[in-house]
Design a protein around this ligand. Structure first.
Ligand SMILES: NC(=O)c1ccc[n+]([C@@H]2O[C@H](COP(=O)([O-])OP(=O)(O)OC[C@H]3O[C@@H](n4cnc5c(N)ncnc54)[C@H](OP(=O)(O)O)[C@@H]3O)[C@@H](O)[C@H]2O)c1
Length: 258
């Protein structure tokens, strides 16, 4: 199996590194020279990595082609390429739906949308795919878990979840800033937060992700967890988050409906 990556940016790099570490049976990775920084680092990681200047070379030399370009670049660049019917296209671009991908990648019939996340590098990406494809599903399972969306609408709803990454870290950053502002050493702040986050994940897992049970058991009556939660509910913190998730969905839907 020869994989081709159009665009060697953040997400392609994470997927490629994850696949190399996973020992997935890949014969060759044909990757874009751009970004130069990423392709030169990857080249040193495996003999299977071949760096190309031309996108057409990547397409011609690979059986599965991953589109890992930014939306506007993807639309412009893919139109310039010639595809053979038997190729498989996997697009990481949220705003291109299957119908428009089929048009710009004509005559390719097998087109999958996928949303791996940067955690793929450690084999921990929850990857959304649509539609289902056994081989592609197995490939992404090598670098995490896979959820298969039932339709494009559900695919967009799952994509909304992926918009939460930077916000999630920003919330953690508030906790860390609080500690640093109060003269806690960086090392101790990191140590506390690291185990806090890992431990919380186990706590949720122990409660089988029945979140209402965790929310209840994590609050002592009259305690500080109860107080902070009440304050944030009063400030509409959660309502605002929910409303904004809906707005992200509408953005994805609008782009896909075009
Ligand atoms: N990051 C995520 O967590 C994530 C998750 C799921 C899906 N996605 C989607 O995946 C796609 C890529 O995202 P990303 O975060 O990896 O973006 P990125 O880091 O900006 O990667 C895009 C890459 O494309 C390269 N490029 C630009 N023009 C090119 C061309 N003509 N030919 C070949 N390569 C070219 C860029 O190189 P230069 O630096 O030289 O311009 C850059 O390395 C996007 O559509 C994004 O929405 C991202």
């Amino acid at each position: 199996m020869k994989l081709g990556f159009l665009g060697t940016g953040t997400i392609a790099t994470a997927v490629i590194e994850g696949l190399i570490k996973s020992k997935a049976r890949v014969e060759q990775f044909n990757i874009s020279k751009r970004s130069v920084k990423n392709s030169s680092v990857l080249k040193k990681k495996s003999k299977k990595i071949k760096v190309h200047n031309k996108n057409q070379e990547i397409v011609d030399k690979s059986s599965i082609i991953f589109i890992s370009l930014l939306p506007k670049v993807a639309k412009k660049e893919i139109k310039k390429l010639q595809f053979k019917k038997d190729k498989i296209i996997v697009s990481f671009v949220s705003t291109l739906d299957i119908k428009s991908l089929k048009k710009i990648c004509y005559p390719v019939k097998t087109i999958i949308k996928a949303a791996p996340l940067p955690m793929a590098i450690d084999g921990l990406s929850p990857t959304i795919i649509y539609p289902n494809h056994k081989f592609i599903r197995n490939l992404f399972e090598k670098i995490g878990t896979v959820v298969v969306a039932k339709n494009e609408n559900q695919n967009n709803h799952f994509w909304v979840m992926s918009s939460f990454m930077a916000t999630y870290v920003s919330i953690i950053q508030i906790m860390k800033k609080y500690l640093l502002k109060n003269k806690v050493r960086n090392e101790d702040a990191n140590k506390y937060i690291n185990t806090f986050l890992t431990g919380m994940l186990f706590e949720l897992n122990n409660k089988k992700f029945i979140l209402k049970n965790s929310i209840k058991s994590l609050q002592t009556k009259g305690g500080i967890n109860e107080e902070l939660l009440k304050r944030l509910i009063k400030d509409k913190f959660f309502k605002k988050l929910e409303n904004n998730l809906n707005k992200i969905f509408l953005r994805l839907k609008k782009a896909n409906d075009k």
